[in-house]
Design a protein around this ligand. Structure first.
Ligand code: ATP
Ligand code: MG
Ligand code: FE
Length: 334
């Protein structure tokens, strides 16, 4: 079974080919046009997808050594995401499925982030928990099988990725700031500054209070001592990152206790964070979990994870009608 998968939910145009459950190629075109605006501009993202999609698909097929005529199905990201971006991938996938007369498979982007953990060995066994931390979502997902998962905790306001990006902006760092905070944090002291931990019931998260606390902290320190921010950038970044990670990990510990599940994974763009990757491994050793982290290229948006999800859906004959439309928001499909 050979499936071509397309991801275009936000600002990465990506195509991947999966052959009998093995991802053979994963081509990603990043869009640099948004940097000057300090965030993704939806209108520009759609246009860039339109420009990139043909060469990206061609490159993915070529790298996998698969001809169009050999494909068994075409998969695409159906939801959630920016609607104009999703439409580019959806239209392209539909046209190709129609032309080749093969099935279409619509994929839920957040389900795909979770299933990125199944691209390479060792693979988790079911049931498992996944902490999905990305630019738009922060979720603890209970995964009973590849296509049966439910959100048991999520953010009430900002996503973890937004917490990184918005605080980076306060620190004067360019967008997206997450990877930069990570970089500075590696030289800094995570215990130097103490930022508050929100008191939220259950397994839900909140990050907006932290953002405000950091804003006031930076303003006050700069006022008292101009240049404070520049001189202490590494310690500030390390302290912020440490707080975001402890907020995430404390809830994850709680979820493992409540569910009794010890197969624990992370996924999404923020799972590229070196501190979070290290923390998951350390907590795993301490609490007796088996832990899983996708390879870097499968953490941020990529079509490899869409292809992996499509593989499971193909096996279950969960195909999508050509009349299906993408949507900006959607619950998990099952
Ligand atoms: P969603 O998946 O919720 O629709 P998205 O697709 O935009 O959102 P991803 O591409 O999965 O999100 O992740 C992007 C986010 O990951 C950004 O907020 C970015 O700052 C963050 N990120 C990427 N690398 C790192 C890192 N090393 N440390 C912290 N954050 C990071
Ligand atoms: Mg992105
Ligand atoms: Fe994503």
């Amino acid at each position: 079974v050979k499936i071509l998968a397309i991801e275009s939910s936000c600002d990465e145009t990506s195509a991947a080919v999966i052959v009998d459950g093995q991802v053979k190629s994963n081509i990603i075109a990043n869009q640099t046009v948004h940097e000057q605006y300090g965030g993704v501009v939806p209108e520009l993202a759609s246009r860039a997808h339109q420009e990139h999609i043909v060469p990206v698909v061609d490159a993915a097929l070529k790298k996998a050594g698969v001809a169009k005529g050999e494909l068994s199905a075409i998969a695409f990201t159906q939801s959630p995401g920016l609607i104009g971006s999703l439409l580019v991938g959806a239209c392209f996938a539909k046209a190709m499925a129609l032309a080749l007369d093969i099935p279409l498979i619509g994929v839920h982007h957040m389900q795909a982030h979770v299933l990125a953990n199944f691209i390479e060995d060792p693979k988790p066994s079911f049931p498992m928990l996944c902490l999905t931390v990305s630019g738009g979502h922060t979720q603890i997902v209970q995964v009973n099988s590849a296509l049966d998962m439910k959100v048991i905790g999520e953010t009430l306001d900002d996503a973890a990725g937004e917490a990184f990006d918005k605080t980076a902006k306060i620190l004067g760092l360019p967008y997206p700031g997450g990877p930069l905070i990570d970089k500075y944090a590696q030289q800094g002291d995570p215990t130097r500054f103490k930022f508050p931990e929100p008191q939220i019931q259950g397994l839900d998260f909140s990050f907006s209070g932290l953002k405000t606390a950091i804003l006031y902290f930076v303003q006050q320190q700069e006022k008292a001592q101009p240049g404070f921010l520049q001189e202490n950038m590494a310690d500030i970044c390390a302290s912020i990152q440490h707080r975001i990670i402890t907020i995430l990990m404390n809830k994850l510990v709680k979820a493992t206790k409540e569910t009794g599940i010890k197969e624990v994974a992370i996924a999404g763009g923020v799972s590229a964070n070196s501190g979070l990757r290290k923390a998951l491994t350390e907590y795993g050793e301490k609490h007796g979990w088996n832990t899983y982290i996708p390879k870097f290229e499968y953490c941020t948006d990529n079509a490899g994870m869409i292809a992996m999800t499509a593989h499971f859906k193909y096996e279950a004959a969960a195909f999508t009608d050509l009349t299906a439309i993408p949507s900006a928001r959607a619950e998990f499909a099952s």
